[in-house]
Structure formats: structure tokens, C-alpha cells
Design a protein around this ligand. Structure first.
Ligand code: AFD
Ligand code: MN
Ligand code: MN
Length: 416
């Protein structure tokens, strides 16, 4: 839509929603105040267990991943941080990597230790029967805490693949005790400014049981650890038909909603573009978040992160899509007339209550976001603006140099 049309549409919408007591200028401003982290691993060559899908322009190291991540923020204005995965993004000097990130207009976000790739974790990390492996996992997490200190990141994001594939393989009670001990050890190592987010996942890679399988165990663990341990909700980590908006609302009331790994899925943990399959559920999640944020008695410092593997999509474009889909869900949730909703709920007027939700869900929020971007000096169409920037062609040329000379580049990069 042209800038002029966007502004004209916005004026009409502002009148319509103004009559309902909703300030569209504030909605537009809040949508540009969203802060979402994109994951470094989304930019790199990635794949499925059936093979790697290579993009000749894919970043070759953590520096280039952050440069790519910076493009998403450059055009959306709402993704100022990139989460790192310590094993996959390892660099000799993390402070130097942070300097590079800042030079690109972003910063390093959540620190993700890797507790599942190395062979030593074959039978688990913090639930491994071998105390030496549990020790290695704890040291790995403490190292991530120290990296967080170095780069000024206050988020330690933990996901464990620990579980078993067969009945009888593991002792559930002992595994839970080991887990609690290891996490308490790491929690004590964190500076007061840091939060630990404990992510659950109901299956995969373990196929009989997963030690941190659902929001219940994550809540039990984080309640025992303390205030600065909270639950991380990854949208792809639930059995089908789970009511995630209800989980989100329940965690908010307990002060235990630490944040999200946003993505979408058709079947399992597919890590597809956020909002591509079930945008209504995403909106209903944001409806609970906005209701929580509007309640002064609740602590609502949520860490919004994307966790996706855009295997067959151009990676930067896919991240821009996800960021925009999140922004749209948030804009719609801000349009919910909460007073009207609550009255209808109290009177059991089910259809009226649903119609309040649907009025927000069916609103065209594009002009609200476009005007929000223009007011920040951004192009109203982030995807189109990125495509016109020529960034992909530039990196394709720089990075897809023939194998022979690539070695020198790699050596040069290692000197960095
Ligand atoms: C995998 C896991 C989990 C974790 C992510 C990054 O399923 O979502 O957060 O890797 O470590 O997707
Ligand atoms: Mn995740
Ligand atoms: Mn996952």
C-alpha cells in the first residue's frame, strides 16, 4: 500500500477505534516498541534429520550471522537482539563479537548453552547417570553465564534434550533429583541481574519420556530455584490441541512466564514461520499477554524470542515475516475492548464476549503498523525494502567464493 493510502486508512481506523475508546496512535507506538530476538541458528545453513539444505549466501561464522540478523532489525525496527548458541557460535572473543553486533545496530541477546550435540550427552546432560557428564553440563552452563556477563546479556536460555527412549531405561526420581541439583548449582552462579529460562518440550529427541516435558515440571523446577528462574514457552513444544493461551495466562499469574520461543507448526516441533499456520492462536496468546501487561499487580518482563529453522525459505526474509506476524498479533490484541469483554463474561453472554475478541481479530491492522514504521523513519513494507536493498546479492557474491579461496577467507575470519 502506498504511504499516502496507509495514512488515509490509518486516519479512518483511528476514528473508528477512537469511538470505542481505543487510542490508535498508542497502539501504533506500542507495536514499534516490541523487542523480539531472532536466533543466530536461523541464519546459518540448517536442515532436518534428512539432510542439510545449503544456501550459498549463508553466513560462515557468528560475525556473519549477526550481520544477517541486523538486517531484520534494520527493516522491521523491532528485532534489536540475536540469541546465540554457544557451541554453534563459538568465537575466541565474545566481547569482540558483541562489538561487531553493536556496530551493526543490534546486540547479543539470550545465551543458549548447547547441552545436546556433543557425544558425551548421548544419555543425557543434567539427568545423565554419570556424575562426570552432569558436571560437564553444569560447567557448560556456567561458561554460558560467564559469556552473558562478558557481553552484558541477562538471559540464560536452557533447553535439555534429556529423556529416555525405552521403558525402564532411566529412574525418573533420581533423574529429577540430579536435574534439581544441577540447576541449583547454575542458578547460584548467575549474577543478580540474570534470569534463567527453563524451556520444556513434550517429546523429541527422546521418544519415551522427556525429563522437562511440560509447563508443570518447568514451573516446579523454577519455583524451587527462585525469582530469577522462569518458564520458557516454545509454541512448537506442546501436544496437539493443548490450550497454550491458558498456559500463558496461568504462568503470568504465578510470575513464572519468562518468555517465548515463537514459531509455528503443522505436525510437531516444525519450527516454521511464526503465525504461518495458526495466526488465531498467536493472537489469543497475545490477548493473554496484553491482559497481563495491563494488570499492574503482575510482573510482565517477557523475553520474546523466535526459534525457527527456515530450512527452505530465504532466512532473513523468513525472520522478517515472523517479526511482522508477531507485530500484527500484538496490534490486534491491543484492540480488544477489555471492559466490554469482562462485562460480557460476567453476564455469561458468550456470543457477545466472542464478538469482542473477533472484532479485534478481524481488524485490518496493516495501516497501523505501516504508519508506525513510517513514524520511525522506516519503509512501511519491511520485506519489500529488504529485497530492494540488495543485501542478499552482496552476501551471495562475498560468501559463495570458490572452495579453494574459501580456506583463506576462513583463516582470515579466524584471525578476527
Ligand atoms: C531445538 C529445541 C528447542 C531449543 C532449540 C535451540 O527443540 O526448541 O530451544 O533447539 O536450542 O529447536
Ligand atoms: Mn525452542
Ligand atoms: Mn524446538
Amino acid at each position: 500500500m502506498s504511504r499516502k493510502n496507509a495514512e488515509a486508512q490509518f486516519r479512518l481506523l483511528r476514528e473508528e477505534w477512537g469511538d470505542k475508546g481505543i487510542d490508535l496512535d498508542a497502539v501504533s507506538r506500542k507495536c514499534m516498541e516490541l523487542r523480539i530476538e531472532t536466533p543466530s541458528w536461523a541464519y546459518a545453513n540448517c536442515g532436518t534429520r534428512f539432510g542439510l539444505v545449503k544456501d550459498p549466501a549463508a553466513p560462515r561464522n557468528a560475525y556473519e550471522k549477526l550481520s544477517d540478523g541486523a538486517q531484520v532489525h534494520r527493516f522491521t525496527g523491532i528485532t534489536p537482539a540475536v540469541a546465540v548458541h554457544v557451541l554453534w557460535d563459538n568465537v575466541p572473543d565474545w566481547a569482540d563479537l558483541q562489538k561487531h553486533a553493536v556496530s551493526q545496530g543490534i546486540r547479543i541477546g539470550a545465551i543458549n548453552p548447547n547441552l545436546f550435540t556433543e557425544p558425551q550427552y548421548k544419555f543425557g546432560s543434567i539427568c545423565n547417570a554419570d556424575p562426570k557428564v552432569r558436571r560437564a553440563a553444569v560447567d557448560n552452563m556456567k561458561n554460558s553465564v560467564d559469556i552473558g556477563r562478558q557481553v552484558g546479556s541477562n538471559l540464560l536460555s536452557l533447553w535439555f534434550a534429556d529423556g529416555t527412549n525405552y521403558p525402564g531405561q532411566g529412574d525418573f526420581r533420581r533423574r529429577k533429583a540430579w536435574m534439581e541439583q544441577c540447576l541449583a548449582d547454575v542458578y547460584a552462579h548467575m549474577p543478580k541481574s540474570m534470569r534463567m529460562l527453563v524451556e520444556y518440550k513434550f517429546f523429541e529427541p527422546a521418544f519415551y519420556h522427556t525429563d522437562i516435558a511440560d509447563w508443570g515440571i518447568s514451573t516446579l523446577l523454577t519455583k524451587k530455584l527462585g525469582e530469577r528462574a522462569q518458564v520458557l514457552v516454545d509454541l512448537g513444544h506442546h501436544a496437539h490441541a493443548t490450550n497454550i493461551p491458558w498456559i500463558v495466562s496461568t504462568l503470568i499469574t504465578e510470575g513464572k512466564l519468562g518468555g517465548f520461543h515463537f514459531n509455528d507448526r503443522k505436525y510437531a516441533d516444525d519450527d516454521l514461520t511464526t503465525g504461518c499456520m495458526n495466526p488465531y492462536e498467536l493472537f489469543l496468546i497475545f490477548n493473554e499477554l496484553v491482559a497481563g501487561m495491563e494488570d499492574p499487580s503482575l510482573k510482565t518482563d517477557f523475553a520474546f524470542m523466535i526459534d525457527e529453522m527456515p530450512v527452505i525459505k530465504p532466512r532473513i526474509e523468513s525472520m522478517i515475516q515472523s517479526a511482522v506476524n508477531l507485530q500484527e498479533a500484538y496490534a490486534k490484541a491491543l484492540l480488544v475492548d477489555r471492559a466490554k469483554l469482562s462485562e460480557a463474561q460476567d453476564d455469561n453472554r458468550i456470543i457477545d464476549a466472542e464478538e469482542v475478541i473477533r472484532a479485534a481479530w478481524t481488524a485490518d491492522v496493516k495501516p497501523i503498523l505501516e504508519v508506525g514504521r513510517m513514524r520511525k523513519g522506516l519503509d512501511p513494507d519491511p520485506l519489500g525494502a529488504y529485497r530492494k536493498s540488495g543485501y542478499y546479492a552482496k552476501t551471495l557474491k562475498e560468501r559463495s567464493i570458490p572452495e579453494t579461496s574459501r580456506r583463506t577467507t576462513k583463516k582470515r575470519m579466524q584471525k578476527v
